[in-house]
Design a binder for this molecule. Structure first.
Ligand code: CO
Length: 218
């Protein structure tokens, strides 16, 4: 049996197990989702949103990319963010990085990764902002892990710079933004930063909204 056939069999076993522990499981799952959280995490296979938070399907809306980036030209991320904030009306948006992140580590090297260079460039820009602090950390792994933290914080600021978040803060005083880092060695999510609608964003990045725009908000 090949790996993929094995995966499909495991899926059947999982579905059976769910039904045995709760015969109404899939009836409930088929109902409309009402998650309170948007999770923007790393694609790394070791940081699955539901498993590490003991949440069920339906509780967390998830977007994952390499190194949990919030890039302001990324239509995929922005579409997920807009849907989560304006339609699902989530209360919390969390950026979740993890120590030992391969994407962050790759961005600290001079290796040519081809297309991936364009994505990792965003992380190199975060390094440049904190170059003085990072350059003096002698141990490479410790330096990468500090960059993981600084990158998470920068991506939370990037969320605050979007019109999607600013509009929701202006008209609805939600969601709150959280930056967390996950420890692969202990399984713990540590919160590094939290911002809400009272956050004083650099005026350069602020947008003005008319009351009319509030009416069109879903
Ligand atoms: Co990663």
């Amino acid at each position: 049996m090949d790996d993929f056939q094995k995966l499909l069999l495991q899926n059947k076993a999982w579905a059976q197990d769910q039904l045995e522990s709760d015969p109404t499981y899939f009836n409930r799952l088929a109902e409309i989702q009402k998650p309170e959280f948007l999770w923007i995490g790393c694609s790394d296979s070791r940081v699955p949103a539901n498993e590490v938070t003991y949440t069920e399907p339906g509780e967390i809306f998830v977007h994952r990319n390499i190194a949990n980036m919030v890039v302001n030209t990324d239509l995929n991320m922005l579409s997920v963010l807009q849907y989560a904030v304006e339609v699902l009306k989530v209360k919390h948006v969390m950026v979740v990085g993890h120590y030992g992140c391969g994407g962050v580590k790759a961005a600290t090297t001079n290796q040519n990764f081809g297309l991936l260079n364009k994505w990792l460039r965003n992380i190199k820009d975060v390094y440049r902002l904190h170059k003085n602090e990072l350059d003096i950390i002698p141990d490479i792994d410790r330096r990468v892990n500090r960059l993981v933290e600084l990158n998470v914080i920068e991506q939370v600021y990037n969320l605050a710079k979007t019109t999607i978040i600013q509009k929701a803060w202006h008209f609805h005083q939600r969601p709150s933004l959280h930056g967390c880092v996950f420890g692969l060695d202990n399984g713990i999510l540590k919160e590094l930063i939290q911002l809400d609608h009272n956050f004083q964003l650099d005026p350069l990045y602020r947008y003005e909204f008319s009351e009319k725009e509030g009416e069109t908000d879903s």
